[in-house]
Design a protein around this ligand. Sequence first.
Ligand code: ATP
Ligand code: MG
Length: 319
Amino acid sequence: MSTTPIIAVQEVTKLYGTQKALDGVSFTVEEPGVVGLLGPNGAGKSTLMKILCGYLSPSSGQAAVCGFDTCAQAMEVRRRVGYLPEHNPLYEDMYVREYLTFTGELYGLDGLKPRVEAVLEQVGFGSESHKRIGALSKGYRQRVGLAQALLPDPDVLILDEPTTGLDPNQIEEIRGLLRQMGQRKTLILSTHIMQEAQAVCGRIILLNKGHRVADAPTSQLLHGQGGACLEVEFAAPLDAMRREALENLPFVARVTGQDTVYRLYLKPEAEAAPAAGDPRAALFQWAVSGSLTIVTLRQETDSLEDVFHSLTQNTPSGL
Ligand SMILES: Nc1ncnc2c1ncn2[C@@H]1O[C@H](COP(=O)(O)OP(=O)(O)OP(=O)(O)O)[C@@H](O)[C@H]1O
Ligand SMILES: [Mg+2]
């Protein structure tokens, strides 16, 4: 059975003059969820988002949302997509409710009054909602943009750095809202906060210099880059024979370090389902049987930040 993907991007290239902002990017999104679009400054994230919303045409390749071509059927696409742009243009002279009602009328929405109140509540507007947009702080302006994107209750939300400028309490609330919406809707969001991507996104697409350099479920991305490791410190330096024995432990894939401090990279199967028990316990037993003393032992996993660095630094473009 073949169903229309929610989002289909095929070999999309975007040139600004002679500069390639996107270079042959392809991916599909087949099911609801939160997809994180990550990448260094200038990687092409905002450009891709504008193309997905039908606000920008690709120089070559195609993009489709809900089966509609973002170029040829841009109006159909815009009806189905809520978009929070990176630099959200707002009418400074309008009051918050007035502005949201105005944009709702542009979408042709019915039952606007309760809908406006509902989105104001969702984005945590509180007592600021009676103000003029020009009088709002940065974080509250961001909330107006989010409220506007949510207003038509679209199936697809494209949010360019949605939590920028929000205070830590509000960031937590908005992340909760994004996770919750991701259960029913398709969200593509960009962020520079790796912690946020890790906490909210089920899948991550990483762009670097206009190329897609990774596209995987977040958990897979975190475990595919060398995986979990144990950092162990012995009371005394290991001799060459002991170090070799460490490397030959059944759950160890690779060892780095010297003298007293070593990092043991675990074999994926040991990490996922430790058949012979917890590798930390096995390591302790091995040390005891060899009359070695372990003074510290820490389990570490790659953070998304490590993955980001390793895939976007010194990466030849075109990977
Ligand atoms: N309107 C434009 N005219 C010319 N070049 C542009 C334009 N918009 C973007 N670019 C260039 O395209 C490249 C990708 O920009 P884009 O804004 O998509 O990056 P980004 O990944 O969103 O970066 P950031 O993390 O800084 O928001 C950059 O080199 C940028 O300078
Ligand atoms: Mg951007």
